[in-house]
Design a protein around this ligand. Structure first.
Ligand code: NAD
Length: 355
């Protein structure tokens, strides 16, 4: 076995159906007394419902989270948290909502309690992101790591099938890249494989029946593990491609991850054969050569968009993305080859199987 380092992140996780009903007692347990609930405009009603449940523990519902945390939105939210003198931000929603809570925490060091309602995984990481003049910058800071995370699969029942599928594949991408991370380690690899198995089983079941509670529970479990992977080890070529697709072309985050994953793993299929064989097995296959095709077929089962052109990538996108990725690469177990990457991005643009 190779040498490795392992560092666990200090987060208290409360997991299970109906756990959101315990928020009042959980907040009491941690001595939070004046809480600002953060949501997107679309989930304001969920925030209000939670506020009723919390009674005088909640001082405000702040329903202004939007995708990619624009700096102006963050500044307003920070002012509001300071004005109300709150002692905790309670984020209920997906990565956008948790992202706004992180922006507040970065400036104020206020603790975050996160109640994720998608599968994106931000709640388990020290990573924050903000957008200014259409440029997204990210950083890492332990201040933004939620103190408490409450996973209640019942809250994901309202997430539409298509968004659930893409969000779940976004989670799977974290787990997949953890398998061949520069700083991979045996514990994270175990979690990654269990995450992939859980998501592979749960997502098609959710697409068939979004009210399938057992599948929702399994997907939430897979997403939790994937979030730990994302928070614990470095990501590689796939995350670099998706950050470029989001940053340069503003493509929808989860869908871009879902479509691109098949091509990223195909590119890496021979790079870390042991990891890729494990990935193939977790996806129901046998050989590292199959990984791209297995993800591609899973996406077909999920009825999601299969082509980057259908989610907004312009025709020149494949060349530009390949160039940006090669010019400022993340670590990857395999060297960056512009021609091969460009050819794969062309196939992803058209939605053709990776080969
Ligand atoms: P999102 O948070 O933008 O949510 C998408 C939409 O779905 C929103 O309108 C939201 O209100 C709605 N929604 C969420 N849960 C719902 C539910 N259960 N029922 C009905 N509607 C629901 O999407 P996301 O994919 O979770 O997050 C994407 C953002 O998170 C991106 O900005 C991405 O960069 C960021 N992110 C950050 C990290 C990190 O570690 N910092 C990790 C993953 C993602």
């Amino acid at each position: 076995m190779q040498m490795f380092n392992y560092k666990a992140l200090p987060i208290n996780v409360h997991f299970g159906r109906g756990r959101a009903k315990e928020v009042h007692s959980i907040l009491n347990e941690y001595n939070f007394r004046s809480v600002m609930i953060i949501t997107t405009p679309e989930q304001e009603a969920d925030g209000q419902k939670l506020a009723e449940q919390l009674g005088n523990l909640c001082v405000s519902v702040y329903p202004k989270a939007v995708m990619h945390v624009p700096v102006e939105v963050a500044e307003q939210a920070i002012l509001e948290a300071e004005r109300l003198n709150v002692d905790c931000c309670l984020a209920i929603g997906g990565g956008s909502t948790i992202g706004l809570a992180k922006a507040i925490a970065l400036k104020t060091a206020l603790p975050i309690v996160a109640i994720p309602t998608t599968y994106a995984g931000s709640e388990m990481t020290t990573v924050y992101g903000m957008t200014e003049n259409r440029l997204k910058t990210t950083g890492k800071d332990i201040k933004v790591l939620p103190k408490v995370v409450i996973y209640d699969p019942e809250l994901t029942l309202t997430l539409p099938a298509k968004i659930s599928a893409c969000s779940g594949m976004n989670a799977m991408a974290h787990a997949v890249e953890a398998l061949y991370a520069q700083d991979k380690n045996p514990i994270i690899s175990l979690m990654a494989l269990d995450s992939i198995r859980a998501l592979k089983d749960a997502l098609p079941a959710i697409v068939q029946d979004p009210t399938d509670m057992a599948a929702r529970e399994k997907a939430t479990y897979g997403a939790w593990l994937a979030g730990i992977c994302l928070g614990s080890v470095g990501m590689a070529i796939h995350h670099k491609i998706c950050h470029t697709l989001g940053g340069t072309y503003n493509l929808p985050h989860a869908e871009a991850h879902a479509i691109t994953l098949a091509y990223s793993v195909h590119y890496n299929r021979n790079a870390d054969v042991a990891a890729m064989t494990q990935l193939a097995q977790a996806l129901g296959g046998t050989s590292h050569e199959q990984v791209g095709q297995l993800i591609y077929e899973l996406n077909q089962k999920l009825n999601i968009s299969m082509a980057l052109k259908d989610i907004g990538l312009p025709e020149e996108g494949p060349q530009t993305v390949a160039k940006i990725v090669c010019d400022s690469p993340y670590y990857n177990p395999r060297a960056y080859d512009y021609d091969e990457l460009e050819q794969l991005m062309q196939r992803a643009y058209l939605g053709l199987p990776p080969n």
